[in-house]
Design a protein. Structure first.
Length: 87
């Protein structure tokens, strides 16, 4: 799902994905029910939780995995961390 920004057209997805467009000048939800709010919220969360010095090729994959794990285990971080270490 994209908002039609011209920069997105530079990405060649080799028909791996279906692109759904939301025209924000008309509506925030397209006729198929797609919107960009979820991904924009997640992206903002990532920007808040991953310091700029770690947004590079060397660290980003690890910081993204940490971000995902923390979101999935937000209700009980400490006990879930202990359980993860036991495996």
């Amino acid at each position: 799902v994209t908002d039609g920004w011209k920069g997105y057209s530079l990405f060649k997805l080799n028909n791996l994905f279906v692109r759904h467009l939301v025209n924000h000048s008309i509506t925030f939800i397209n006729h198929e029910g797609f919107n960009t709010n979820t991904i924009e919220g997640i992206f903002n969360g990532m920007k808040l939780n991953i310091p700029p010095k770690y947004r590079n090729k060397k660290y980003l994959k690890y910081k993204l995995l940490e971000f995902i794990w923390r979101r999935q285990n937000a209700n009980s971080l400490w006990s879930n961390l202990i359980n993860s270490l036991r495996c």
